[in-house]
Design a protein around this ligand. Structure first.
Ligand SMILES: Nc1ncnc2c1ncn2[C@@H]1O[C@H](COP(=O)(O)OP(=O)(O)OP(=O)(O)O)[C@@H](O)[C@H]1O
Length: 286
């Protein structure tokens, strides 16, 4: 078993939205970044996988086990941070330790207190006295403190300043140093994924557009900038998406090295994940 998560053909319909036959794998020892615009279906996919919403179709295997029959044992080995998770406001931070000891056999109080001191969170404070960023940190360190093998994180770093975000990204990278572990992470902070993701899964309007390695994307894709005459000389198959701007065309190409060989005077920029998403979503097809 090489994958910690395997989702097959997940379908979930709401009145105005359908997550449509989505497949996703999260290999062991890897970080998979889930990207897509607001409302694309990332949270629905994560909640469907965890049994928090009920898909009409599809199968989910975590650690090779079927979530329909083994969710209880699976949950012992995963750490989850959801976009809308919350702790009871009136609790003190240190009460989380007492509660979680009763929830997880592998709960590690000393690791929990180490993380609290590393992130500067006072155990005797009430949760409602913490800033938004501190609460987020608390959620993440709580998810890590029972030695999970898999982290499933929906927007874990939103609202955090760049310094703390970097600390958290370091923790994520340490986490998958153990090659049995993996992380599935949905985020709008695509620059974070450029640093840490091994794979990117791009969901658009309920459909999986692609699942590729970060290197395939960043080393392969490019943005060709050209005028109208040059644009019309391009092979349609080389144009994934394009945008016509005031003075030029921006063309998303899948293999920028090939395009450079074919059109030797072309100006081709490297891609960022943000530009890739923008062109896929806002660009046109020939
Ligand atoms: N309980 C629900 N009832 C009806 N529609 C829902 C429900 N939950 C989600 N949706 C709809 O499903 C679609 C996908 O929502 P989802 O939260 O999965 O998107 P997302 O990619 O996580 O978005 P964001 O980046 O904004 O968090 C949206 O159109 C949303 O309105």
């Amino acid at each position: 078993m090489n994958n910690n998560i395997e989702i097959k053909h997940m379908t979930k319909s709401y009145t105005d939205f359908r997550l449509n036959q989505v497949d996703l794998t999260v290999p062991k020892g890897s970080i998979v970044g889930l990207i897509g615009e607001n409302g694309a279906g990332k949270t629905t996919l994560i909640k469907g996988m965890l049994g928090l919403v009920h898909p009409e179709e599809g199968e989910v295997y975590i650690f090779g086990k079927d979530t329909r029959t083994c969710m209880k044992e699976i949950k012992a080995d995963i750490g989850v941070v959801l976009d809308d998770s919350f702790f009871m406001e009136l609790l003190k931070v240190k009460s989380i330790d007492t509660i979680m000891k009763g929830v997880y056999k592998q709960w590690d109080s000393s690791l929990f207190y180490d993380y609290l001191s590393r992130f500067g969170i006072d155990p005797s404070k009430k949760i409602k006295e913490l800033s938004k960023g501190m609460r987020k940190k608390l959620e993440i360190l709580t998810a890590l403190s029972h030695h999970p093998k898999l982290l499933i994180l929906d927007e874990p770093t939103s609202g955090l300043d760049p310094v703390v975000r970097n600390e958290i990204l370091d923790i994520f990278q340490d986490f998958i140093y153990n090659e049995e572990c993996s992380i599935l992470l949905s985020t709008h902070i695509t620059s974070d994924l450029e640093h840490i993701a091994d794979y990117l899964a791009f969901i658009d309007n309920g459909t999986m557009l692609f699942f590729k390695t970060r290197d395939e994307i960043l080393d392969g894709y490019g943005i060709l900038k050209c005028d109208e005459k040059q644009f019309h000389m391009l092979e349609a198959s080389d144009v994934i998406r394009y945008r016509k701007n005031r003075y030029n065309y921006e063309v998303l190409v899948e293999d920028r090295h090939k395009i450079r060989r074919l059109y030797q005077n072309a100006v081709i920029d490297k891609i960022t994940i943000e530009n890739l998403m923008l062109l896929y979503i806002k660009g046109e097809k020939i």
